[in-house]
Design a protein around this ligand. Structure first.
Ligand SMILES: [Zn+2]
Ligand SMILES: [Zn+2]
Length: 435
């Protein structure tokens, strides 16, 4: 390989579509993750973290060949051992693989699992959409009861509510089972064929490979034909119809309002029967902000496709970046100051060394302490102490270092006194207790 000389000034930037989660945003991430962990625990879900790298065939066999994900969005590559691998584009297939491989399928049913982590899609990044993004994922294995569908929908709703997210609605649909879908796909294909020339280029392709996905198209020009399309709920078999009806009754029981959206199909191959999305009531028409807040459905055939026994299952995912966006816009959070923060101020080489020793002592006791070891004047260090909202500042200058004393300053009232070194801890504890 030819070596390329890099000039000293050439900056190395991040890859297209990849993003840094910056310190000032961590507060949103923490809030979301903590809230999710708590709700997962309350609902009896256990955490699982499958690896990020999987065999490519896992997703090709389950998500489906005709889907955008498998067709053009997967990060697929060969390892040095010539194995075809992929950065996971979604969680469900990974968790189902693990469920089967790790013997979780022998646990008492239903088996409730959740995960939080990165997924990768090599799509054209628009603002707010990333090639690596983070998902929260919930899956329940082993029950076909429509009550479970309603229950996972309830969980998604409660998570959104707990985060303070409002102004969204729940859209539901049933896409039937392979049996009744077959007949429907024929009807749909016949209908769409009449408008073939008018559809977008993606839909022309979908019409051949995966006609259901045409209903999912967001292109303006396809909308009139989608609106007029025959609806799958009118061709459900009796079992699928009963399942859907019962699920809606459970939603009524839970007082969860919903709209039936006949164009909601969630284009992955493994879905069957119930599919749902939580859709923001967007006022802006902004594409990112109108992207769904959560989405999922039933996938009764997935475990079997992976070589296991027939195992009904249902689940959903939420994009963390999407939730962060929503919180930032509507519920900005402010970082809370550290409780009882102590700030070390030092001057001169001796003061610095003494401070260092104090710092170690405080850290060992687990007391929050911070400093700005540098060359700044006492005034500039006090400024920083104010900024980080320290309760108390300890000041050690050249004189104090020689006298074995420390100046303790109450940052709230501005009062300060000189104390013998061995009395510092006692005095400090007293002061902080009063705060
Ligand atoms: Zn059916
Ligand atoms: Zn289209």
């Amino acid at each position: 390989m030819a070596k390329r000389k890099r000039g000293p000034k050439e900056k190395i930037t991040s890859l297209k579509g990849m993003h840094d989660i910056l310190p000032q945003d961590q507060i949103y991430w923490d809030k979301i993750k903590e809230s999710v962990k708590k709700m997962a625990d309350n609902f009896g879900y256990q955490r699982i973290d499958p690896p990020i790298l999987e065999k490519a065939v896992l997703f090709e066999r389950t998500v489906g060949d005709g889907t955008d994900i498998v067709e053009k969005e997967m990060y697929t590559f060969y390892t040095k051992g010539k194995e075809r691998v992929v950065l996971r584009p979604e969680f469900t297939a990974s968790i189902a693989r693990s469920y089967l491989e790790q013997g979780l399928s022998r646990w008492p049913k239903p088996v409730k699992l959740y995960s939080i982590g990165s997924v990768f899609r090599h799509e054209n990044p628009q603002a707010g959409r990333y090639r690596e993004h983070h998902q929260i994922d919930f899956e329940v294995f082993g029950r076909k009861d429509p009550l479970l569908d309603a229950q996972v929908i309830l969980l998604a709703d409660i998570i959104l509510q707990k985060l303070g997210i409002k102004n969204y609605h729940l859209a539901v649909n049933s896409i039937g089972c392979p049996k009744c879908r077959k007949a429907y796909l024929r009807t749909l294909t016949n209908y769409l064929k009449q408008y073939r020339t008018k559809l977008c280029s993606d839909c022309k392709r979908r019409l051949v490979k995966n006609p259901l996905r045409v209903l999912d198209c967001k292109q303006e020009k396809c909308q009139p034909y989608i609106e007029g399309a025959p609806q799958i709920i009118n061709s459900l078999c009796e079992n699928c119809h009963d399942h859907f009806k019962a699920m809606l009754e459970y939603l009524d029981e839970l007082e969860l309002q919903y709209v039936i959206d006949p164009s909601l199909v969630r284009g992955l191959d493994y879905y069957n029967r119930t599919v749902f999305e939580f859709v923001p009531d967007s006022d802006s028409g902004d594409k990112i902000l109108s992207a769904s807040l959560a989405g999922g459905g039933r996938y009764d055939g997935l475990v079997r496709q992976l070589g296991g026994k027939k195992t009904p299952a249902v689940g959903f995912g939420m994009g963390i970046e999407r939730l962060v966006e929503e919180l930032k816009r509507k519920h900005p959070l402010r970082k809370k100051a550290k409780k009882n923060l102590i700030f070390l101020i030092q001057l001169g080489e001796m003061g610095k060394k003494k401070s260092l020793r104090l710092l170690k002592e405080f850290q060992r006791l687990g007391m929050p302490i911070t400093e700005s070891f540098g060359k700044g004047s006492i005034k500039s260090q006090l400024k920083i102490a104010n900024k980080v909202e320290a309760k108390v500042a300890l000041i050690i200058g050249q004189k104090e270092a020689l006298d074995n004393t420390v100046i303790i300053r109450d940052m709230e009232v501005g009062f300060q006194e000189t104390v013998a070194e061995e009395k510092v801890m006692e005095k400090l504890k007293k002061m902080l207790k009063q705060k």
